[in-house]
Design a protein around this ligand. Structure first.
Ligand code: UD1
Ligand code: UDP
Length: 365
């Protein structure tokens, strides 16, 4: 088969790397980079570290409003699909690159396979939630990472073509944690001791674009006693500077501001953190995999399993709640095997390769 895979943003490079290699052993894969992320530390470094093949096409779309960005992606992807005539299009996660790929393929009657189908935050003001819902409703194969994702899809009437596969991010976490241990020198570079710091990332629109929320998060960080290593996403960098918050953070004795990390350094800092402060979906899962307490700077999560097991707590952007969690949140609970066995990439390729008809019943592996 010929399969066109669409990637464009940081988390998609990580997810695609776990599928692409195995896919190429059996099928022809055409990798399309939309160009949504283009900085070296948000894009190139992931291709190098995860040995993701160079994209056959880079659409170079760049940053702009949601509609303009998605429209430009769709125009570029349409041209690729019309020329390549693939049997499937494979999309990942919930970004504008995901919906751009899925919608374009659906209009050309090319079946869509969606990796990470089904998580819901039940809040349509979140751009990623809209992307997920639409992508899931126009997909033929839906690779759900968790049972809760399967249940969410069922509630929306989607049962055909749903496979419970586990989460590809567990595959990459397991595989690259070992590599990170050998290669990453980030702890030494930053002068950090294992468990001697908190790791923070912030990039959700609600936390960056609403000044009051970003200010509240910054105030919370400033009033913590522990060292906070803050990997600053370019979107956040822009907003911190716009609201006049960057200098204060930069000068604060307990803050270590760093540019976005490569995957290996990110894994190393995650696994050795005392706690994680984040609004990233991926980092919430990696904190759970690492058994590091996660303080989520959001009102809801696509990963309620991590809350149920007690390893994650939702604090939104509320300064008092953030500080209280930094001081007091110390989970000890047992973890369940809710994200699969780290073989999700293999399962996805097997399902895609099977010429099995999409049955009328829910397909659970
Ligand atoms: C996007 C995804 C989000 C995902 C995140 C992963 C959408 C709607 N959002 O958010 O789901 O969690 O990626 O990191 O698809 N910028 C740069 N350099 C880059 C890319 C972006 O400077 O290489 C800056 C630009 O100012 C841009 C801003 O970051 O306007 C936001 O980028 P964008 O891709 O629109 O959204 P993210 O916040 O990165
Ligand atoms: N990540 C990274 N460097 C960083 C921050 C994050 O490599 O500085 C990795 C990390 O593994 C995370 C993934 O990128 O799980 C996706 O992160 P992001 O927060 O950008 O996206 P989300 O998961 O929220 O969609």
């Amino acid at each position: 088969m010929k399969i066109v895979s669409i990637v464009g943003a940081r988390p998609q490079f990580i997810k695609a790397a776990m599928v692409s290699k195995q896919l190429r052993e059996i099928h022809e894969e055409i990798l399309v980079h939309t160009g949504q992320h283009y900085d070296k530390d948000l894009s190139d470094i992931f291709f190098q570290e995860l040995s993701l093949p160079n994209p056959e096409y880079n659409l170079g779309v760049g940053s702009m409003s949601h509609a303009s960005q998605t429209a430009r992606m769709m125009m570029g992807i349409e041209e690729v699909l019309v020329g390549e005539k693939p049997d499937w299009i494979l999309v990942y996660g919930d970004t504008n690159s995901t919906i751009g790929g899925a919608l374009t393929a659906a209009k050309l009657n090319i079946p869509v396979a969606h990796v990470e189908a089904g998580p819901r935050m039940y809040d349509r003001s979140i751009p990623e939630e809209v992307n997920r819902i639409i992508t899931d409703h126009i997909s033929t194969l839906l690779f759900a990472p968790t049972q809760i994702s399967v249940d969410n899809l069922r509630k929306e009437g989607i049962e055909d073509g749903v496979f419970l596969t586990g989460d590809v991010m567990l595959d990459s976490f397991r595989k690259f944690s070992r590599v990170a241990e050998q290669k990453s020198t980030i702890l030494d570079e930053l002068g950090l001791q294992s468990k001697g710091y908190l790791l923070a990332t912030v990039h959700r629109a609600r936390n960056t674009d609403i000044e009051e929320n970003l200010r509240s998060i910054v105030e919370a960080f400033l009033s913590c006693d522990e060292t906070i290593v803050f990997s600053v996403h370019p979107r956040t960098d822009k907003c911190l500077k716009k609201y006049g918050l960057f200098e204060t953070l930069f000068r604060a004795p307990n803050l270590v501001l760093i540019s976005p990390l490569g995957y290996l350094d990110s894994l190393m800092l995650t696994r050795n953190a005392h706690k994680i402060l984040t609004d990233s979906g991926g980092l919430q899962k990696e904190a759970y995999f690492s058994k590091v307490p996660c303080i989520t700077l959001d009102e809801s999560t696509g990963w309620p399993e991590t809350l149920e097991d007690g390893w994650n707590i939702l604090v939104g952007s509320n300064q008092d709640k953030i500080v209280a969690a930094v001081n007091d949140f110390s989970p000890q609970g047992k973890q369940r095997n809710v994200f699969g066995d780290g073989e999700t990439g293999k399962i996805i390729v097997e399902v895609l390769s099977n010429d099995m008809p999409i049955s009328n019943t829910l397909n659970l592996i």
